[in-house]
Design a protein around this ligand. Structure first.
Ligand SMILES: Nc1ncnc2c1ncn2[C@@H]1O[C@H](COP(=O)(O)OP(=O)(O)OP(=O)(O)O)[C@@H](O)[C@H]1O
Length: 244
């Protein structure tokens, strides 16, 4: 089953083409990493697929629903864990989770049950009573991803989930993300190449708004006759690098 199928998906900001006729297919249950240098069009792609930005041309089907004509349905099926965490700093960890269950209409009993389930699966028990603002960056990201899963999305966008985290916090989040694999389709954007290699089933590399290559890390290495994934990435994405 296909989770995402884009058809010439395009976004222009005045004369600037942010995403150019993107044709991408992502399978259900897949963890797909979308890579590219700054300005390649990753965030714009995610914004269109999550119905935050309207395409200029083309369309995309998310679990069979058009992001243009069925945006309401698409929004019910997806969730986004944004780059900037979406937590309320003055609420405790549990209150943050219960705030979201409230938004999704859980009654008090179900809300408690759902929050307990998430607290347990995300290892948040010891900090459940702590205010979110007192948590380290890694734990805030973990809470933010946990909150995005409350609506039980079939498709989850993780936009640079480990940006700025230390190596240990990053590895801990990888473990959390690996546990989610297969249960929910995940689109991950990251600038950490080893993160994409470690977590993803397939990788798509964007350059100047276009999808240049798609494949497993090994396939991309072979295709470019590179010695490492980093070399393969540079060979594919390097031409899109704006001069500084
Ligand atoms: N709201 C906007 N108005 C005008 N131009 C925009 C807007 N959003 C993005 N762009 C432009 O579209 C292009 C793609 O940007 P986008 O943010 O999608 O890239 P990205 O791959 O996510 O980059 P990064 O890795 O830096 O987050 C860039 O040239 C950017 O300047």
């Amino acid at each position: 089953m296909i989770a995402i199928q884009t058809e010439n998906l395009t976004k222009k900001y005045k004369e600037r083409v942010a995403v150019n006729a993107l044709n991408l297919s992502v399978n259900q249950g897949e963890l797909f990493a979308l890579l590219g240098v700054n300005g390649a069009g990753k965030t714009t792609t995610i914004k269109m697929l999550s119905c935050l930005v309207k395409p200029t041309n083309g369309d995309a089907l998310v679990l069979g629903n058009s992001i243009i004509s069925d945006a309401f349905k698409v929004k019910e099926l997806i969730n986004v864990s944004p780059q900037e965490t979406a937590i309320a700093p003055n609420l405790t960890v549990r209150e943050n989770l219960e705030f979201i269950t409230g938004i999704y209409g859980y009654d008090r009993k179900d809300s408690k049950e759902k929050s307990n389930e998430i607290i347990s699966s995300f290892g948040l028990s010891n900090i459940a009573k702590d205010r979110a603002k007192t948590l380290s960056g890694g734990w805030q990201r973990r809470l933010s991803i946990a909150m995005a899963l409350i609506s039980e999305p079939r498709l989850l966008f993780l936009d640079e989930p480990t940006l700025g985290l230390d190596v240990i916090a990053r590895r801990e989040l990888w473990t959390i993300i690996k546990k989610m694999k297969g249960k929910v389709t995940i689109i991950l954007t990251t600038h950490y190449l080893e993160e994409a290699v470690s977590l993803s089933d397939r990788i798509g590399i964007m350059t100047k708004g276009e999808l240049k290559e798609v494949g497993t890390a090994d396939e991309l290495i072979k295709k470019t006759s590179a010695e490492s994934f980093e070399d393969a990435f540079i060979a594919i994405a390097g031409e899109g690098r704006a001069s500084v």
